[in-house]
Design a protein. Structure first.
Length: 191
């Protein structure tokens, strides 16, 4: 897991952003911090995300979802050892297009160590994984749209989000038979 506090002068701060501007602001900070000579004050820019797999109309797609929409997290030094705020650093961040303000307003407040450990834990837990967006529930009626049971309907008995599979009871020749299918092989029955 990423270290929460490395140096007592560096703390994690939450910065509120305009909607859907988080990644743009991160790219800006990653690119221009060194150019502006502020790399000694801003160590890490974090936008916690996870990749979500989704099946719509029989097609698989993956999307990046933000854990905290409208926020980025900066591991930075904002205060001198005497407690005086580093105005140059605060102004630099606040003047980036899309940045609304630091949490705490004119006197940014660092996140507590435990809060940041939770956020970094979420990031670490989903790193390299694709989370399936569960669209089905046990007991729901679905129509099979792919495979040997095409056009049959059945009731969902088991939802396995880890594998992206469903166990469905399908009536074949008057007997209910359990079949295992992937999410994308079924769609909800029209009501």
């Amino acid at each position: 897991m990423t270290e929460v506090e490395v140096d007592d002068n560096f703390k994690w701060y939450a910065v509120q952003t305009a909607s859907n501007q988080e990644l743009k602001i991160k790219r800006h900070l990653d690119h221009f911090t060194a150019i502006e000579g502020l790399e000694a004050y801003i160590k890490t820019v974090l936008v916690p995300t996870k990749t979500v797999m989704e099946v719509k109309n029989g097609k698989k797609s993956s999307k990046v979802h933000k854990f905290y929409p409208g926020y980025i997290f900066l591991h930075m030094r904002l205060y001198e050892e005497n407690g005086e705020m580093l105005q140059q650093v605060v102004s630099y961040v606040k003047n980036i297009q899309g940045v609304l303000n630091f949490m705490g307003g004119d006197h940014p407040i660092a996140l507590k160590k435990k809060e940041m450990e939770g956020i970094l834990g979420q990031v670490e837990e989903t790193k390299g994984k694709k989370v399936l967006k569960v669209a089905y529930e046990v007991g729901e009626m679905v129509k099979i749209i792919d495979g040997p049971f095409l056009n049959l309907t059945g009731k969902i008995d088991v939802v396995d989000p880890e594998r992206g599979k469903l166990k469905i009871s399908v009536s074949i020749f008057g007997r209910f038979t359990p079949v295992e299918l992937e999410y994308w092989q079924v769609q909800r029955e029209k009501e």
